[in-house]
Design a protein around this ligand. Structure first.
Ligand SMILES: [Zn+2]
Length: 474
């Protein structure tokens, strides 16, 4: 059976852009403030607000001006701006569901990042030299693609994040993507999470190397490293927690698909890995997108089935990080709020250091938190009530998502390479149970469509029995 999701090959909602506006724009230094700017063609800003200072023109793009949105000029902004920009501004006001969620996300790095949000009327198009990530419309005109960047540490010890949100993307995403307006809010949640991962973003120094020759990253793509891939997938998790349509219509169908679902470009880093490149595949020839980020001729895109991708390399797809956190959040300790808090603490441990942004490190951080909680009086009570999840569950969950495709030695090396400061007891005990767990779920993993939810359920049922609960304090 062929399961098709129209979103399986959608471009993902963001990239970490290189240009940073830190220092160019004012911002309060209060904890995790969010500052809004309205950015529009200069004539539009003049018509809506009267005169525009010369310093406020041309900063974001040629022909564009900007004005900071305050309570004093909010009405003028609403009158001048396209409806979805005003709606976005309102959705991010203090006290809203979205703002409360964003505030949680903005505490991952300790509340040290102030965010500037540019709300852009990009209906007449932007130039390739703008401050924004861009994407061509069908007619080739560029519009603002939602993207985030974050500055180096500033003199005051804080960071400045910058997010560009255009009305073209807001209109499109809120009318087409699973969850509609919630998908747009999820996009904002995703972008906000990018501002929490500071310092080096990628081991290659350039996102274009991670993304391959087309300069884009796709939900289906096997990318050039694990770190930025992990961050992208985690951001998508943060975007779906309030949008159940995303998991129902995009994430789970992707994981049920037993046909070809992973793409790898011949211009990509992993194309040099024979074990992956030559795994069973189909191939199409493509020409670079227009306008091409890299001049060049025809290139190949190979497509692989999940079971044909060697398990280790499944970690190079961002939907693995999304699914790992989604299933942990859905199951762990039968409490999504506490699981969400565990994921935020896990992310905090990675926020400063690119070399911690690995699925195996998330396994370590979540496993430790499950053991630490199990050692508390509340944990003991939860164990009696049968609602505790074993600290071995994160290991088994990564195993399920990589179809148990890593050897014991490879999986253990991956965990040790992250240099965790503590090792959970689960890291000792899991390996004696691994073969039994694998046998338990194998019929689900080899089915077509893949019974991914049944597999995770079975693994969680196994790791909920009292003999699997491990409790160790720090
Ligand atoms: Zn992103």
């Amino acid at each position: 059976m062929h399961l098709f999701s129209p979103f399986a090959r959608a471009r993902t909602t963001a990239c970490a852009i290189v240009a940073v506006l830190a220092g160019l724009l004012p911002g309060a230094a209060a904890a995790q403030s969010i500052t809004f700017f309205y950015v529009a063609p200069t004539a539009t800003v003049k018509a809506g607000f009267g005169a525009v200072a010369p310093a406020d023109t041309g900063l974001f793009d040629v022909g564009y001006a900007h004005v900071r949105i305050t309570a004093a000029n909010e009405a003028k902004f609403k009158a001048a701006a396209p409806a979805n920009l005003g709606k976005t501004f309102d959705a991010l006001k203090a006290g809203t569901r979205l703002r409360n969620r964003v505030n949680q996300i903005l505490r991952i790095s300790g509340g040290l990042t102030d965010v500037t949000v540019a709300l852009v009327d990009d209906r007449t198009g932007i130039t390739a030299g703008s401050r924004f990530a861009d994407m061509p419309r069908g007619d080739g005109v560029l519009y603002v693609w939602p993207a985030a960047s974050v500055s180096a540490r500033l003199g005051n010890g804080r960071y400045r994040g910058f997010i560009g949100l255009g009305t073209t993307a807001a209109d499109s995403i809120s009318s087409k993507w699973p969850g509609l307006w919630l998908a747009w809010e999820g996009t904002i949640q995703h972008e906000m999470s990018h501002t929490q991962f500071v310092n080096e973003k990628t081991k290659w120094g350039s996102v274009n190397i991670v993304y391959g020759g087309d300069g884009n990253h796709w939900i289906s793509e096997l990318l050039g490293e694990q770190e930025l891939t992990f961050e992208e997938g985690l951001g998508t998790f943060f975007g779906l927690v309030d949008n159940p349509d995303w998991s129902r219509r995009a994430l789970v169908p992707f994981w049920q698909n037993a046909d070809g679902r992973y793409d790898l470009e011949s211009w990509s880093v992993l194309a040099g890995t024979a074990e992956l490149w030559n795994a069973p595949h189909t191939e199409v020839r493509q020409t670079p997108p227009t306008p091409p980020p890299t001049p060049g001729g025809e290139y190949a895109v190979r497509t692989y089935k999940w079971q044909d991708v060697p398990g280790f390399y499944i970690q190079f797809n961002e939907n693995t990080s999304t699914a790992f956190h989604y299933f942990f959040w859905s199951f762990a300790n039968a409490n999504k709020d506490s699981a969400f808090a565990m994921i935020r603490r896990s992310a905090s441990a990675m926020s400063q250091d690119r070399r911690k942004r690995y699925l195996s490190y998330a396994v370590n951080r979540l496993s430790l938190q499950l053991e630490d909680f199990a050692a508390t009086p509340a944990g003991a009570a939860a164990k009696s009530a049968g609602t505790l999840t074993s600290s071995m569950f994160p290991y088994a969950l990564l195993d399920v998502l990589t179809h148990f495709g890593m050897s014991d030695a490879d999986f253990q090396r991956e965990c040790r390479a992250d240099n965790p400061d503590r090792t959970p007891k689960a890291f000792t005990d899991y390996w004696t149970r691994r073969a039994a767990v694998r046998a338990l779920v194998q019929p689900h993993l080899t089915a077509d469509p893949i019974r991914i939810q049944d597999a995770v359920q079975a693994v969680h049922d196994y790791f909920r029995t009292p003999d699997t609960i491990l409790a160790t304090g720090p």
